[in-house]
Design a protein around this ligand. Structure first.
Ligand code: OAD
Length: 237
């Protein structure tokens, strides 16, 4: 096959088998919570304590979760490929990719294990609970700390780097995402316009944009992602 530059996009489906819920599946987070309440700047302004409690619960859940065979396979792929040739772009705010060993990784929707001070903009590691009284370790301000998470209506992170990689890639793989949230949902279309890149969807069910992918495989991520990676490695990337 001989792919030289890969961009791999992941979504909540890759972490489902680690015990972290998805958003839109049956029992998904957005069937139990109003996303306007917990994932918008307006919701945070209205009731910061409620928003902190939502992310505190998710941070606690993440402490119990472990990466599985799909996260590990993507780390294996990166390690086997020439440095910098595999970019992993995740919509997930969990840290399971890095715990599995992925290094060239962009968290376009932020990170659950980091906080940001709205007063001085400092971003810091934070694995414990956060409250309305949490104090910034940098500027000392209290009441300005928020999860380092991209909410609806905010700009996803590192978009210039992501589009540069999409423009340069010859293989784009989308894993475990419903393809409903832009800009990530538009990446396949962006790559297809260049025509030279191969596009692959790996998911439990066909996503919103499944017909845009040249190749599609359906099943649990823990099975189909290692299979796909083994095939790439066997055929040489
Ligand atoms: P969704 O919950 O929208 O979609 C999860 C996808 O994973 C679905 O298409 C499922 O079929 C698939 N899936 C479920 N279990 C799977 C498994 N074991 N193996 C493989 N696939 C599986 O999650 P995302 O597409 O990631 O944004 O959602 C995108 C964004 O919407 C999130 O980053 C989040 C959310 O609102 C923000 O919070 C900003």
């Amino acid at each position: 096959m001989g792919f030289r530059r890969l961009v791999i996009l992941t979504g909540a489906g890759i972490s489902a088998e680690s015990g972290l819920g998805t958003f839109r599946d049956k029992d998904g987070l957005w069937t139990r919570y109003n996303l306007e309440d917990v994932a918008t700047p307006q919701g945070f302004a209205r009731d910061p304590a409620f928003v902190h409690e939502f992310y505190n619960a998710r941070r606690r859940g993440l402490r119990e979760a472990q990466p599985h065979a799909a996260h590990q396979a993507l780390a294996r792929l990166e390690a086997a490929a020439p440095t910098g040739s595999v970019l992993l772009v995740t919509q997930n705010v969990d840290d399971l990719h890095e715990r599995a060993g992925s290094r060239n990784l962009i968290h376009m929707h932020g990170e659950l294990t980091k906080v940001r001070c709205d007063a001085c903009e400092t971003v810091a590691e934070h694995r414990d609970d956060l409250s309305t009284g949490s104090v910034c370790g940098h500027c000392g301000g209290a009441g300005f700390m928020r999860p380092h998470i991209v909410w609806f209506g905010e700009m996803p992170m590192m978009m210039d780097e992501i589009y540069a990689a999409l423009d340069a890639c010859d293989l784009f793989v989308s894993i475990g995402t419903s393809g409903t949230v832009y800009p990530a949902a538009g990446f396949v279309e962006h790559v297809r316009r260049r025509r030279r890149a191969h596009t692959v969807e790996l998911n439990l069910d066909p996503s919103e944009g499944h017909s845009l992918f040249a190749e599609r495989r359906y099943g649990a991520a823990s099975a189909i992602v290692p299979e796909f990676v083994d095939r790439l490695l066997a055929e040489g990337i």
